[in-house]
Design a binder for this molecule. Structure first.
Ligand SMILES: Nc1ncnc2c1ncn2[C@@H]1O[C@H](COP(=O)(O)OP(=O)(O)OP(=O)(O)O)[C@@H](O)[C@H]1O
Length: 140
């Protein structure tokens, strides 16, 4: 299986509680390599663009406000089957439904403040990576 890349965000609820390293430890223990990473404060426009697929959902405003409420860490993760593997490592969207050992089970506060994002498919991974990183910032 070829190496694959996925896009990850360590969300404001996690950066605020100083959990960046703890989340990264779970990522690395799962065999995923962090090939790009930066801490940023998302603009409202970046957050709205990133979550545009959810713009008709009732929680959209709350989601955008949350994503700009504190810094986030954006990342590119690389590994075999990285997209599916990271979704597994993150756990279910709602931490109440997340499996033991997953990032969301360990750290998420609620369905909204759920500590991490991970791309759901190869096409979205490519778009999301390109929204936040230029090619020379990714070092595999
Ligand atoms: N019912 C809800 N109330 C508040 N926020 C929600 C709700 N459902 C989803 N969200 C927020 O919107 C994000 C995107 O929802 P989606 O259903 O795509 O979940 P996901 O694919 O597990 O998460 P992500 O896209 O962040 O990896 C969730 O991670 C969460 O932060």
């Amino acid at each position: 299986m070829a190496l694959e890349r996925t896009f990850s965000i360590i969300k404001p609820d996690a950066t605020e509680r100083n959990l960046t390293g703890a989340v990264n430890a779970v990522i690395e223990a799962a065999g995923l390599r962090i090939v790009a990473q930066k801490r940023i404060r998302m603009t409202r426009q970046q957050a709205e663009t990133f979550y545009a697929v959810h713009k008709e959902r009732p929680f959209f405003g709350e989601l955008v406000d949350f994503m700009i409420s504190a810094p986030v860490v954006v990342q590119v993760l690389e590994g075999e089957n990285a997209i599916a593997k990271y979704r597994e490592v993150m756990g279910a969207t709602n931490p109440a439904n997340a499996a033991e050992g997953t990032i969301r089970k360990q750290f998420a506060k609620s369905v909204g403040e759920n500590s991490v994002h991970g791309s759901d498919a190869a096409e979205t991974a490519a778009v999301e990576i390109a929204q936040f990183f230029s090619g020379n910032e990714i070092v595999g």
